[in-house]
Ligand binder design. Sequence first.
Ligand code: 13P
Length: 339
Amino acid sequence: MDKQLLEKNARELVSPGRGILAADESNGTMSNRLEAVGIKPSPEARRAYRANLFSTEGYESAISGVILFDETIRQSMDNGKPITQELSERGVLPGIKVDTGAKELANHEGEKITEGLDGLRERCTEYFALGARFAKWRAVIRIGDGIPSSACLYTNAHALARYSAICQEQGLVPIIEPEVLMDGDHDATVCFDVTSSILAATFTECEEQGVHIPGALLKPNMIIAGKDCEDQVSREEVARMTVECLTKNVPHALPGIVFLSGGQSDEDATAHLNLMNKMGVEHPWQLSYSYGRALQADALRKWSENAEDSDISSCSAFLHRAKMNSLARSGDWSEDLEG
Ligand code: 13P
């Protein structure tokens, strides 16, 4: 394991004022998102939309890395330049989603286990050769009646650690993503407890399996009440509870925490991160973003309105959100900057 390389790239991904763009929607998910805005999905439609995003002028000041899907890492910009080369030339690290999706967990109705360990070593070798320097694996934890079970928490934690160890062996910084979903009517304290359980289990497994924590990043959910819960908490309370949960469960040696947006509104995702970075306490880790929807939703809408290969309005929408989140890295965002 090249610990120096892993630590350098992990720190680079959470360097000041910058965060990650998650553009690694699977072909199925990306096709659904394109269809939802009236665009016929195809490999070329997915390529053209994303190539346009990656051609945005100046986003590299706010984006340190982009997570790609297997299809995209092999695709090119409109001028034929490989997408990985376009990103690298801008000083943006290419990343790759390496799990193969969350599948039904046997004997546990309604719960999922993320798959993709078979052949992972060989795939990581290839992705490194293609230019990737970090990876992502997403575990999905649902809150409901009697769930999550300890089997769901343990098996997902075990798989996250196995993935992390293989990635590090192959020179890729693992982004460890145990996502507790916002679906349901549970309140924020239940989210806090379940998130604590999966984080504790994950870091126990990582230690057991020799994962090098200074060469990894965590991608968690924030502590939020379920979408259908009547008792929603304030932005300040989300920030406070999230930091408390992380402080209790995340090793200080981890260089950074890059949140997912998970269905929050664009502005909520930015405001919550801003408040956490504004607390006036020194957190042991960098607190940053690895947003998918909260960086792209508006850009995709704008793209669908024009659907031309080069669409400046989609680029502007993406750049705006990237800049807003960049400001939230230092607690310097405010609502009036949203225009
Ligand atoms: P969202 O920010 O849309 O949740 O996407 C982040 C991600 O990569 C989920 O795996």
